[in-house]
Design a protein around this ligand. Structure first.
Ligand SMILES: NC(=O)c1ccc[n+]([C@@H]2O[C@H](COP(=O)([O-])OP(=O)(O)OC[C@H]3O[C@@H](n4cnc5c(N)ncnc54)[C@H](O)[C@@H]3O)[C@@H](O)[C@H]2O)c1
Length: 320
């Protein structure tokens, strides 16, 4: 069945890939984004370029914390708009609350006023903080975030519970684990390190290299969002958290070595202390998302990095 879906954060990394997938599946998509200056508007415009050429995509510029969403005729909302990034959130906690908490409350509220009962919310693995045993399971308490960003995402999930309880909205809260791939946000480690290494500049390594992340390739992440959208169609007010991870832990020192191998040049490292707000480990327990969404990641880190570097070289020109 084809539907009209509103996607907030459509000009971003995950949002633009998602919109392309929804269009390819025959849906009509209304993208909404305010081109937040966290990274350049030109990059986000480039993310949207192919979408804007299609007849079933419409774009509206606006701020989720201020402006009305274009909800006419919409069957569901996928809410990905947010100020992202753990470390920068330490510098502007109130600004993160505005975009991520006020913005999310406004999205849920407008959905219910418009009679839209289906929402997918882009949450984060950072909600697990440091107190959760690995692998992180969705029924863990998740009450000890260690960055303002993580707290805003947990607040969004709590608001999802409120709206499911009061108004019967069905909300899937997807806890994304470090997503990477073509068009990845330039601030994220894989993209940043690739850019520096190709310029022959040293790469900063925070900590001793033993921190671990569960990396999710973008096509797997989009599979998870699409599966969650189908979950919201089942009816019945409920908010439910689902992990969307890659299913493997990769140590930072191994990631750095893999990037070097994929680029064909070892990275020069600059050693720095651990960053406040960063968790030492993320690891997704995928049993719930597997059983209830049919979610199964298929792209491992070696293949994912090859695809990322191939895209990077295409976008920035190959270097000898
Ligand atoms: N990429 C990851 O590894 C990752 C991990 C966990 C969670 N997430 C979450 O997934 C979502 C998408 O992340 P991404 O990596 O694609 O980031 P992104 O920055 O590329 O995309 C987010 C988009 O939201 C827009 N936006 C920001 N504030 C807005 C506002 N007030 N109103 C309207 N639009 C606004 C930005 O302009 C941007 O285009 C975010 O909610 C993020 O917190 C991402």
């Amino acid at each position: 069945m084809t539907e009209r879906i509103v996607v907030t954060g459509a000009a971003g990394f995950i949002g633009s890939h998602l919109c392309e997938r929804l269009i390819a599946a025959g849906h009509e998509v209304v993208g909404f984004d305010n081109f937040d200056p966290f990274y350049p508007r030109a990059v986000k415009e480039a993310n949207l370029a192919a979408l804007r050429r299609g007849a079933r995509f419409r774009f509206v510029e606006g701020n989720v914390a201020r402006d009305p969403l274009p909800l006419d005729g919409a069957a569901a909302i996928i809410h990905l708009a947010a100020r992202p990034g753990v470390r920068p959130s330490l510098e502007d906690p109130a600004g993160y609350c505005d975009a991520n908490v006020t913005g999310t409350a406004r999205v849920f509220d407008q959905a219910r006023r418009a009679g839209i009962g289906r929402v997918v919310f882009g949450s984060s693995s950072s909600v697990y903080g440091t107190g959760t045993p690995a692998p992180f399971a969705e029924d863990a308490v998740a009450a000890s975030p260690i960055s303002p960003y993580a707290a805003t995402k947990r607040a969004g999930e709590l608001l999802a519970h409120v709206f499911a309880h009061l108004y019967g909205t069905r909300i899937a809260c997807l806890r994304f684990f470090t997503v990477y791939g073509p068009r990845q946000r330039p601030d994220l480690a894989i993209h940043r390190m690739t850019a520096l290494a190709r310029r022959g500049e040293p790469v900063r390594m925070f900590g001793d290299g033993s921190s671990e992340r569960d990396y999710t390739y973008i096509t797997d992440c989009v599979d998870g969002i699409v599966a969650a959208l189908a979950w919201t169609a089942a009816g019945g007010g409920e908010s439910r958290a689902f992990n969307i991870g890659g299913g493997a832990r990769v140590r930072l020192d191994r990631l750095i070595a893999l990037i070097g191998r994929t680029l064909g040049r070892p990275l020069t490292l600059e050693h720095h202390a651990d960053q406040p707000g960063d968790v030492p480990l993320t690891a997704a327990d995928l049993r719930r998302s597997g059983a209830e969404l049919g979610y199964r990641p298929t792209v491992g880190i070696d293949e994912g990095l090859r695809r990322f570097v191939a895209w990077y070289e295409e976008a920035h020109g190959r270097q000898s």
